[in-house]
Design a protein around this ligand. Structure first.
Ligand SMILES: C[S@@+](CC[C@H](N)C(=O)[O-])C[C@H]1O[C@@H](n2cnc3c(N)ncnc32)[C@H](O)[C@@H]1O
Length: 273
C-alpha cells in the first residue's frame, strides 16, 4: 500500500493539531492497519489518497473519524494499582479531614478514555462508603473522544477489558453479566458523569480536590504539556492533588506543582505560586 512520508506527516499533523498528541513511532508504522477500515469503506487503496481527502477539509466527519482512529485509548481498571492504594490510604483520608465541614468532594478524571479510571475511583470510594456517607461526591470523566465517552457512559466492557485490573470478586460484586460482556451496575454507573472535553479548552467549572491526568500528556510536545499543566493548576483546589501516570512528571515543565512527598505520582500545587 502506498504511504509516502508526506501522507504520514499530514495525518500525524492533523492528530497533533486537533489533540496535541504526537503520533508515536509505534503507531506510525501501524497506520495502514489503524486506518484500514476507513480505506475499505471509502473503497480507496492508499493512505496518500486518504490524506489528500482529509487535507481538503471538505468532509469534517471523515476528518473526525481519522483523528478518532489515531487516538490511543489504552487503559484498564486500577491501572498502576499502587497509586490507587496510595489514594485510598493517604490522599483520600487527608481530603476527608480537610473537607469535613463542607462534606463535598470533587474528582476529575481528565483523558479518561473508556471510563475505567473514573469507575475505579467510584468503586474505591464505594469500598470506603462508611467514610463518605452523607457527602456530596462528584466524579467527572472527560475525554476528547466522543466514541470513548459513549462507551464510558454505557459502562459496558468486554470480558478482556473487564478482566484487566479487576479482581474477580470486584467484577462479580459490581458488574452484571451482559451476554459476552460485563455492564457496571447502575448504582455505580450513576456516580460518574462523563463529557467530551479537549484539555486545551478551559477546564470544567469550579475547583477539583483531585484531578487525574494519566497517560495523556505522554505524547504531547513539552510546550503543550506546560500549557495543560497551567490549565490544570487553575482547576485544582489549593490543597488538592494532581495525579499523573507512572513515568510522567511535571519536572522542568511547570513550577505550579511539586511532588507530594508521601505518594509517588501525586502532585500538590506549590503554595508560593
Ligand atoms: C492512553 S489513554 C489514558 C486513559 C487513562 N487516563 C489511563 O491512564 O488509563 C489517553 C486518552 O487521552 C485522550 N486524549 C488525547 N488527547 C486529548 C486531549 N487533547 N484532550 C482530552 N483528552 C485527550 C485520548 O482520547 C485517550 O482516551
Amino acid at each position: 500500500m502506498e504511504m509516502t512520508p508526506l501522507a504520514v506527516r499530514s495525518l500525524a499533523g492533523l492528530l497533533e493539531q486537533r489533540t496535541g498528541q504526537q503520533l508515536a513511532a509505534g503507531r506510525r508504522w501501524r497506520l495502514e492497519t489503524t486506518l484500514g477500515p476507513i480505506l475499505k469503506r471509502l473503497d480507496i487503496d492508499s493512505l496518500d489518497h486518504l490524506a489528500g481527502l482529509v487535507s481538503t477539509g471538505a468532509n469534517p466527519d471523515l476528518t473526525n473519524e481519522v483523528v478518532e482512529a489515531l487516538l490511543n485509548h489504552e487503559t484498564s481498571f486500577y491501572r498502576d494499582l499502587a497509586v490507587f492504594r496510595g489514594l485510598a490510604q493517604d490522599a483520600l483520608p487527608r481530603l476527608a479531614a480537610a473537607r469535613e465541614r463542607e462534606r463535598r468532594l470533587r474528582i476529575w478524571s481528565a483523558g479518561c478514555s473508556t471510563g475505567q479510571e473514573a469507575y475505579s475511583l467510584a468503586m474505591l470510594l464505594d469500598a470506603q462508603r462508611a467514610q463518605w456517607q452523607g457527602w456530596d461526591v462528584e466524579i467527572l470523566g472527560t475525554d476528547i473522544s466522543p466514541v470513548a465517552i459513549a462507551q464510558a457512559r454505557g459502562g459496558l466492557y468486554s470480558q478482556f477489558e473487564a478482566q484487566r485490573g479487576l479482581p474477580i470478586t470486584e467484577l462479580i460484586a459490581n458488574f452484571d453479566s451482559d451476554r459476552e460482556a460485563w455492564r457496571l451496575k447502575p448504582g455505580l454507573r450513576d456516580r460518574v458523569r462523563f463529557a467530551t472535553h479537549n484539555l486545551f479548552d478551559p477546564p470544567p467549572a469550579g475547583r477539583f480536590d483531585l484531578v487525574l491526568c494519566r497517560n495523556v500528556l505522554l505524547y504531547f510536545v513539552p510546550e503543550r504539556r506546560t500549557q495543560v499543566f497551567e490549565r490544570l493548576a487553575e482547576a485544582i483546589a489549593p490543597d488538592g492533588f494532581l495525579m499523573l501516570g507512572a513515568g510522567e512528571t511535571v519536572l522542568h515543565l511547570t513550577d505550579r506543582s511539586e511532588p507530594d512527598p508521601a505518594i509517588k505520582g501525586l502532585y500538590r500545587t506549590r503554595q508560593s505560586a
